[in-house]
Structure formats: C-alpha cells, structure tokens
Design a binder for this molecule. Structure first.
Ligand SMILES: NC(=O)c1ccc[n+]([C@@H]2O[C@H](COP(=O)([O-])OP(=O)(O)OC[C@H]3O[C@@H](n4cnc5c(N)ncnc54)[C@H](O)[C@@H]3O)[C@@H](O)[C@H]2O)c1
Length: 390
C-alpha cells in the first residue's frame, strides 16, 4: 500500500480512547516508512462523546453510528471497541465493506460467533484482536526467556488478574454485568489472562476445578452514560447482576505444564493487578503489570548469599520496545497506553504490507481464546477435566 491509511475507532469509551491515542502516535515510533495515517472518525452512539474524543485525538469527525464508518469511502482500517455482544455484527459489516479490522477482546461472546466472524473475513483483509498485554515489553521478554530454554522446561504458572472496579455495590449497572455465566470477570479479565498464559507457555488443552462466583447480586441503573468503570449518578432502581464477579480455575498446557489462574472485578485494593510467576526446571520468572517494562528472574549459578529473584529492566534492544519510545533509552518507562500504540502500529504496518513488528493476535487466536473460556465454564459445572475444543 503506498497511499495513506484512513482510520476510525468505533466506541469512544474507556478503551476506545486508548485506540484513538494509539493511532495518533503510531507513526511517531519505530522506523520511518509507515504511510501517513489519516485520523478520520470516532463513532459512538453517544454523539457528544464521539465528538469530544475525535477532537481530543485530532480525528476529522465524530460519527453517531458505526454504520457511518462502514459506509465511509475515506476509511480503510477500523478498531471495534464496544461491548462484546456488538463485535460480531460490526466486524461482519466492516469486513463486507472491505475494511481492515482490529477488534477488541474477547473477540465475541461465543466461539460460534467467532467462527462466523472468521468466515466473514475475505482474503486480503487484515483482521486482528486486541490482546494488548502481548505488547507489554516485560511479558514478551519473559516469553523470550522461556523460548530460549535456558531455564529448562516450564512446569507451572500462577497468574492473577485482579481488579476492584466492581467492589462498590453502587457501581452502576453496565453491559459488563449482563450475560451468560462466564461473560463477567472471566470474559473481561480472564480473556486477557488466559491469552497471556498461552502467549508464554503455548496452548491450554484442558481445564478443571473452575469456580465462578457472583458476590454483588444487583447494581443500580445509571442516570446517563457510563464510560468504562466510571461511577455516575444512579437511580433507585437496581437490576440483577447476571454473571461472574470472580473466577478461578486450573489449566493444563499441551506441553505438560500446569497452572492456577484467577480473575476478579471485586478484589479490594487492586485497581489493575495482572501478575504471574512461571516456575521452570532451572529457574523462575515473574511479572507485575504495574512495572510493564520489567520482569524478575531467578536462576542458578549465583553464590548462595546473593541468589534469588533479580529485577531486569527491559531495554531498547528488545523487539517490542526498541524504537518504541519518544525518548529512546532504557529505563525511561512504559505503560499500558504505550502498548496500545505498539498494537496500533503493528496493525497499520500489516495493513500497509510492512513487516517490522510481531503481528497482533489473529481471529483464530480469538476463537481459541473463547474455546478456552467455554471449557472453563463447562468445568465449573463438572467434577471432571474439560477439554478445550479444537
Ligand atoms: N485491551 C484492553 O486493555 C481493553 C481494556 C478495556 C476494554 N477492552 C475491551 O474494549 C471493548 C469496550 O470496552 P470499554 O471499557 O471501552 O467499554 P465502554 O462501555 O467504556 O465504551 C463502549 C462505548 O461503546 C458505545 N456504544 C454502545 N453501543 C454502540 C453502538 N451501537 N454503536 C457505537 N457505539 C456504541 C458506548 O456509548 C460506549 O461509549 C470491550 O470489548 C472490552 O472488553 C479492552
């Protein structure tokens, strides 16, 4: 592709703004050569929010419907950043209109929806999923350590994604609290966590011992628009919470490693804690998303009085970060918002036919992620191990 790339973001909520920021900054990092990025539209049924977000991030216009983006001739590539149950319809229509798509996680509510989305994407259309944590430099550095084999065979992962956005029973009802079992914390946070675990250790082949718990039974209906986890004025009317606040489960990977994972939206005192430890035959690795440009490693070969975990600051030589910072120097610091820039850049590079950064997750990865989620839900109702569908 030699001409410029017109981009749009559908959904101007919490993550939509991160996508808008990502597109705005995508051309400022890594090597030159990305065709000019035209920031065309931010679309949201809340027109004021669409306009405000478009203005903040320098997009040409705010649209009040996703259909306007589908019909627009000046848009080539689109992020879909709305509630999960809208992904299938919007992605299908965008693909039919020949637009490249970066769809947020989870790809869809069910694996059947994801299959239909895969079928809807014709050859030549770039279709990717926003498993943004794959772009955290510390996580990809841990992956490289595991792949190098220097710590021996991976044996076990303990991983948590704990948040507290639902702790307050007065937190307003939103799309996040509605849907079938597994569509709550498991879909919202577990989709990320199982993807990270598989990014590190390869595919999960079965799940057992899941528990899905709802602790806050109902929530107040908001007066006005809710963005992300924001608290807004609420009415006296309450609606039942339909899905899980907390989920925990054990996994077995195809390579024989095992793991225990848990996710929560009611983990008091944890606004956004994604952390894990991976134990291998000859060492261990640890990561904490509050320090996304670092990891910790414990290896043999050190004198007993100084052994133990060591902190490693991921440097500019690392593939997800080299050239990825405005101040291009090790130790300057990165955050989750930078990962949205790297994700947008990898997507636009692929749209432009360039091959600089590791690709974002595919729709096939998004389908597999849902098959893992469905196995987790099956295992919650059974004493036996649930195999992940292929
Ligand atoms: N990758 C990440 O780190 C990350 C983080 C948060 C959310 N997400 C994902 O992003 C998606 C959106 O989450 P969010 O937290 O931004 O939600 P949100 O509720 O903050 O925002 C969603 C927006 O979509 C708009 N919307 C609703 N119906 C619409 C329609 N028919 N057409 C156009 N716009 C419509 C709403 O008005 C709202 O502004 C979800 O799939 C979520 O899982 C990903």
């Amino acid at each position: 592709m030699s001409h410029d790339i017109g981009v749009a973001v559908i959904g101007a909520g919490m993550a939509g703004r991160a996508h808008a920021h990502g597109y705005r900054s995508a051309g400022t990092v890594f090597s030159p050569g990305l065709p000019p990025v035209r920031l065309v539209s931010v679309a949201d049924i809340n027109e004021d929010l669409a306009r405000d977000t478009a203005q903040r991030y320098g997009f040409q216009r705010g649209d009040s419907s996703w259909e306007a983006v589908v019909k627009a001739d000046d848009i080539d590539a689109v992020s879909v950043v709305v509630a999960n149950d809208l992904h299938r319809e919007i992605v299908t229509e965008l693909a039919a209109a020949g637009k490249h798509v970066l769809c947020e996680k989870p790809l869809a509510p069910t694996s059947a929806d994801a299959r239909a989305m895969i079928d809807a994407v014709a050859a030549g259309i770039v279709a990717r999923v926003g498993f943004t944590f794959r772009r955290a430099p510390g996580i990809s550095a841990v992956r490289e350590q595991l792949r190098s084999g220097r710590l021996g065979r991976p044996l076990y992962i303990s991983a948590q994604y704990w948040t507290d956005y639902g702790c307050d029973p007065q937190a307003p009802m939103s799309w996040r609290y509605r849907g079938r079992p597994g569509s709550g914390a498991l879909a919202d946070l577990g989709s990320h966590l199982t993807d990270v675990a598989e990014f590190l250790l390869g595919p999960v082949d079965s799940v057992h011992g899941a528990a899905l718990t709802t602790v806050v039974p109902d929530r107040p209906v908001p007066i006005g628009h809710v963005v992300g986890h924001a608290h807004v004025e609420v009415s006296d009317r309450r609606e039942p919470v339909e899905n899980d606040d907390w989920a925990s489960f054990s996994v077995r990977f195809a390579n024989g490693a095992t793991g225990d994972l848990s996710v929560s939206r009611i983990a008091y005192g944890h606004p956004n804690t994604l952390e894990f430890e991976v134990f291998c035959e000859h060492g261990a690795l640890a990561f904490d998303v509050s320090r996304p440009g670092e990891f910790a490693i414990a290896t043999g070969g050190l004198p007993g009085d100084t052994n133990g975990f060591r902190r490693v600051i991921v440097g500019v030589e690392h593939p997800y970060i080299a050239g990825g910072m405005a101040m291009d120097a090790t130790g300057i610091g990165v955050g989750h918002n930078d990962s949205f820039v790297y994700q947008a850049r990898a997507f636009l590079d692929e749209v432009a036919g360039r091959d600089e950064l590791p690709r974002n997750a595919s729709f096939a990865d998004g389908l597999h992620n849902l098959q893992v989620q469905e196995a987790i839900v099956r295992s919650a109702g059974s004493d036996t191990r649930a195999a992940v569908d292929a």
